[in-house]
Design a protein around this ligand. Structure first.
Ligand code: UGA
Length: 455
């Protein structure tokens, strides 16, 4: 099949590369000429494990190409995927659909033949109708279909998710679209991945409902973690017991500093707004958003407490800045507000992240970035693990203990245990167990100040 993917960002690039890998001929289009130029030279604009290899292979085999010429590539295509961004609209939290609408207009001008226009971008329910209306306005004579095919890719494991999905959701309103879409995904169907055909509106809503549900699940376990700390239970044990129930499932039950990323926060907010507009408020989702926002500030207070209660003039080492491992994406990363709060409290922040430091530099002034966790830990009054990168799982705690000012480990991803940390002389604060709540380290400077004041 001849396919076009509009938007060579995260979703577009992974989709284009994987569809080419299935054997289709794919043209990836982007307005950003320098991005296209870099892609033509084999340079990836994002970090995603495995992507570079698939792109190189399919370019070499002549199935994948990159262009800025939208009109030239759309003409005669079997299907055109819209994979442009849908950021939060400034001010009201609704999804900003201007890029989707622009793409629909550009497609309309070039359309010839019976092409299926597929929205891959995460778009509010009813957007497919609007895309259809826009195209129809410009191309009344052409036959075309509009389908919805939401993506469920996780950053860091997007290729695996694309090739081995739990399900493929396809929202269609006509026979031609369902035939073309079934043909596009035939290689996966042969692998027994279920294809779920639904109405276009249901498909659009499935995407938002999935992300909002997962965000709610993460938030639920985070609140249970807080309770565990109060009642002397252990959230990891509770999660194991809870997740063993097949109706609940064990995934997305890792307590942490709160969810981030380019999807959960934005999509939960957009769904809540849609629901309010339709006079059917989703109070669970509204509460999830509020709890998650508060949690990040609470995490900063936890670090300050663990470091002795006063971090003015002290150094805090942050290990991991991206919102999750295996990505360089900093969007809505918990590190953004946590580091800001630490700086507001007077701390100096040393940071290290395996892939995210280039993107991270824009977020704060005066953070010192280091080439290794050991450098970042020098003279620190607390080390804080914010992202569970693989390389933080086997840190040389003995070496770290020698370079810090104060051996305090705040582990917001529960990578270590209280016992492991204590063995190397660290006071440990993890998430969701009483033995891992902040162990107070006596802040000698603060104690002296208090004494001087009292005298
Ligand atoms: C999410 C969804 O998982 C994908 O299915 C979806 O396609 C994608 O959004 C999207 O809409 O594009 P992603 O944002 O890459 O994928 O990341 P997740 O792995 O879902 O993690 C989201 C956030 O939840 C991260 O901040 C992560 O640290 C946090 N999380 C996740 C936890 O705190 N605990 C968990 O158990 C799982």
């Amino acid at each position: 099949m001849r396919l076009v993917v509009i938007g060579s960002g995260y979703v577009g690039l992974v989709t284009g590369a994987c569809l080419a890998d299935f054997g289709h001929t794919v043209v990836c289009v982007d307005k950003d000429a320098s991005r296209i130029d870099r892609l033509r030279h084999g340079e990836m604009p994002i970090y995603e494990p495995g992507l570079e290899v698939i792109v190189a292979q399919n370019v070499r085999d002549g199935r994948l190409s990159f262009t800025t010429d939208l009109a030239g590539s759309v003409t005669g295509a079997d299907a055109v995927f819209i994979a442009v961004g849908t950021p939060s609209r400034r001010g009201d939290g609704h999804a900003d659909l201007s890029y989707v609408h622009d793409a629909a207009r550009d497609i309309a001008r070039a359309l010839q033949g019976n092409t299926v226009v597929v929205t891959k971008s995460t778009v509010p329910v009813g957007t497919g109708d609007e895309v259809k209306r826009i195209i129809h306005e410009h191309r009344q004579s052409s036959a075309f279909s509009v389908a919805s095919n939401p993506e469920f890719l996780r950053e860091g494991s997007a290729i695996q998710d694309f090739k081995h999905p739990d399900r493929i959701v396809i929202g269609v309103e006509d026979e031609h679209a369902s035939t073309v879409m079934a043909e596009i995904y035939r290689p996966l169907f042969l692998n027994k991945s279920p294809i779920l055909f639904t109405s276009r509106r249901s498909a659009e809503l499935i995407k938002y409902a999935s992300n909002a549900f997962l965000a709610m699940k993460v938030t639920f376990i985070n609140e249970i973690a807080d309770l565990c700390e109060k009642v002397d239970a252990d959230v990891q044990e509770v999660a194991r017991g809870l997740g063993a129930d097949k109706r609940i499932g064990s995934k997305f039950l890792h307590a942490g500093p709160g969810f981030g990323g380019s999807c959960f926060p934005k999509d939960a907010m957009a769904l809540a707004k849609t629901a309010q507009d339709h006079d059917s408020p989703l109070r669970l989702i509204e509460t999830t958003i509020a709890i998650n926002d508060t949690r990040k500030r609470a995490m900063a207070r936890r670090i300050i407490r663990a470091a002795g209660g006063n971090v003015r003039g002290k150094t805090i080492a942050i290990f991991g800045l991206t919102f999750k491992p295996n990505t360089d994406d900093m969007r809505e990363a918990p590190s953004i507000s946590i580091i800001q709060a630490l700086q507001d409290a007077g701390a100096h922040v040393n940071a290290y992240d395996p892939k995210g430091m280039d993107q991270a530099r824009a977020f704060w002034s005066e953070v010192t970035f280091h080439a290794s966790p050991y450098e970042a830990a020098e003279n620190a009054s607390a080390i804080c693990i914010l992202t569970e990168w693989e390389q933080f799982r086997a840190l040389d705690l003995q070496r770290l203990e020698k370079v810090v000012a104060q051996p305090v480990l705040v582990d917001l991803r529960n990578v270590y245990s209280h016992e492991e940390a204590r063995r190397f002389g660290f006071a440990y604060s993890g998430i969701g167990s009483r033995s891992s709540t902040p162990t107070h380290v006596i802040d000698l400077a603060a104690a002296r100040d208090r004494l001087v004041e009292a005298v």
